[in-house]
Design a protein around this ligand. Sequence first.
Ligand SMILES: Nc1nc2c(ncn2[C@@H]2O[C@H](COP(=O)(O)OP(=O)(O)OP(=O)(O)O)[C@@H](O)[C@H]2O)c(=O)[nH]1
Ligand SMILES: [Mg+2]
Length: 219
Amino acid sequence: MSAYRNVQFLTSANAVSQLPADTGVEVAIAGRSNAGKSSAINAITQRKGLARTSKTPGATRLINFFELESGRRLVDLPGYGYAAVSGSMREHWGSLLEAYFARRQALRGTVVVMDVRHPLTPHDEGMLELALGRQLPVHILLTKADKLGRGAGAKVLAGLRRDVARMTGAAITVQLFSAHSGDGVAAARGAIERLLDGKPVQPPQKEAPVGPAGPTGAS
Ligand SMILES: Nc1nc2c(ncn2[C@@H]2O[C@H](COP(=O)(O)OP(=O)(O)OP(=O)(O)O)[C@@H](O)[C@H]2O)c(=O)[nH]1
Ligand SMILES: [Mg+2]
C-alpha cells in the first residue's frame, strides 16, 4: 500500500516553458548525482519504481513532477556535481534550476539529499544558497545511513547540524535516512507534509515570555 493512494508521475520538464501550471504547492528534492533522491521519493511514497533510480550517476536528467494528491507535488530535480556531463549540459541544468528556484510560486521548501558519507560538498553549499535564496525552509536527508554504524551516523548528524546552524537566520533541519532500511522514512514524509502545509519542520523552541507579563516587563 502506498502512503499516497493516488500518487502519480505528472510530467517532465527540460525548459521553463515545460513546467506544469504554477498552482498548488510543491517541495523540491535536490542533491548530488547518485546521492539517492529518486530512491528517497520511492521510499517516502512507498511506490517502488515511481522515480527512476540507477547505479549510474546522472539518471535523472529532467525535472520530474510527481503528484502526491491533487495540488500537492514532489519534484525530483536533476542531480548536480556529476563530472561526466558536458559543460554546455551543466550550464543548461544550472540555469534551469536557477530559473525554477527564482520564479516558482508553488515551491514551499526544499529537501536536500546528501550521502551521509560525503555531506556538504561545495556543490551542496551552492544548492543550499540557491534554495535559501527565496527564504524558504530546507530539510536535509543524510541518506544511505545503512552504510554507517549508528554511532558514526549520529556523529555526522550532530556535526552537520552544527555546520548549518552558522547559516544564520535560515530554517534548516537535518535527519538521518535510509531508503534501504527504512530508517527515517516516516520522519521524512512528515517533514515534507509540513513543508507542503507551510509549517516549520520543527516547531520553534518555547521561549521565555517577554512583555508586560515577562521578566522584562516586571517593575
Ligand atoms: N545503501 C543504500 N543505497 C542507496 C540508498 N538510496 C539510494 N541508494 C543507491 O544509490 C544509487 C543512486 O540512487 P538514486 O536514487 O538513483 O540516486 P539519485 O540521487 O536519484 O541520482 P541521479 O538521478 O543520478 O541524480 C542506487 O544504486 C541506489 O540503490 C540507501 O538509502 N542506502
Ligand atoms: Mg534520480
